[in-house]
Design a protein around this ligand. Structure first.
Ligand SMILES: [Zn+2]
Length: 306
């Protein structure tokens, strides 16, 4: 049976898993990353992580044939050349030749794409949006990403950097975003955005999204106001997307989707209020997040997107 290695590069770790084309995971592992991760240490730990999984596979699942490596990467990237150009959350990485290094080492096909595109593919093949003819996926995590699967194909844009929906302007001259511009959607609805908006409102530091949603649950007025503002902005972003690409299904995935019960209904209702009535009847909203980033990345090499 064919098997695939999926690798999910994140701000705090690189995760990797070995799976089959049904999304069944046979083995997984991870290695830490952080603000001091530079090109050399990053490529070394990526290579080591994959090497360990390959060696384990030979011992524990010798029957599985390894067909390829799929990498989900933060961006911007140059997909065709397999280069990670830079990443806001891994600031020491610059022009990393990810694909060349892995192809040379492992002599396998290596597929490379941005992490939100991988998440969209994973949701399309294995998540609640499975098989949708027109699927929009928003990844709500440290940042806010987007991916779009239209009639079974991932929309890439030129060189794979399409659908950077988190950095579309929802509030001109609004809050400062991590990208350096003002008023991006990500500045209002993402873990980093919530944290920055909370700091402005209360002067307090929020360590992570769990802490933020904990404050919301406890009725903290600043947290509630921050979430309400985020929901209004995210609803406007979805209005723009719905009116532009007319999705059949919208999956909200990423780490924050675990708290969907705290904002999902409010968001759906707001979107339905502001979109054209023609869209209201058939646009589905679902909470995703059950498909791991590594499975999304592995989907790149399952031959389903060719
Ligand atoms: Zn931005």
């Amino acid at each position: 049976m064919n098997s695939f290695l999926g690798v999910d590069i994140g701000a705090t770790s690189i995760k990797a898993s070995l799976s089959d084309s049904e999304g069944k995971i046979y083995d997984q592992s991870s290695a830490p990353t952080g603000p001091n991760t530079d090109n050399g240490s990053f490529l070394d730990s990526l290579e080591k992580l994959i090497e360990n999984l390959v060696q384990n596979k030979q011992k524990t699942h010798p029957d599985l044939e390894l067909s390829g490596i799929g990498i989900g990467s933060p961006g911007p990237i140059d997909r065709e050349s397999g280069i990670l150009i830079s990443s806001a959350n891994l600031p020491k990485l610059k022009q990393v030749r990810v694909v060349d290094r892995l192809k040379e080492k492992f002599r396998l096909p290596v597929y490379y794409d941005n992490d939100a595109n991988c998440a969209a593919l994973g949701e399309y093949w294995f998540g609640p949006g499975k098989g949708s003819p027109n699927l929009l996926v928003l990844t709500l995590g440290t940042g806010l990403g987007g991916g779009w699967i239209y009639e079974g194909k991932l929309f890439e844009g030129y060189k794979g950097n399409g659908m950077e929906v988190g950095h579309t302007t929802l509030k001109p001259a609004g809050a400062l975003c991590g990208c350096g511009q003002r008023g991006c959607a990500e500045a209002y609805f993402s873990a980093s955005g919530f944290s920055a908006r909370m700091y402005e409102r209360s002067g307090g530091k929020i360590e992570n999204a769990e802490e933020f949603f904990d404050l919301v649950t406890k009725g903290d007025p600043n947290a509630k106001e921050t979430l309400e503002e985020g929901v209004r902005i995210l609803a406007e972003l979805l209005r723009n997307m719905i009116h532009t690409i007319n999705p059949e299904c919208i999956v909200l995935s990423g780490g924050l989707s675990g708290s969907y019960h705290l904002f999902g209904k409010q968001l759906e209702n707001r979107v339905r209020e502001i979109i054209f009535p023609v869209f209201v009847g058939y646009t589905r909203f679902v909470a995703g997040g059950s498909v791991t980033g590594t499975i999304g990345a592995a989907s790149l090499c399952m031959g389903k997107n060719q």
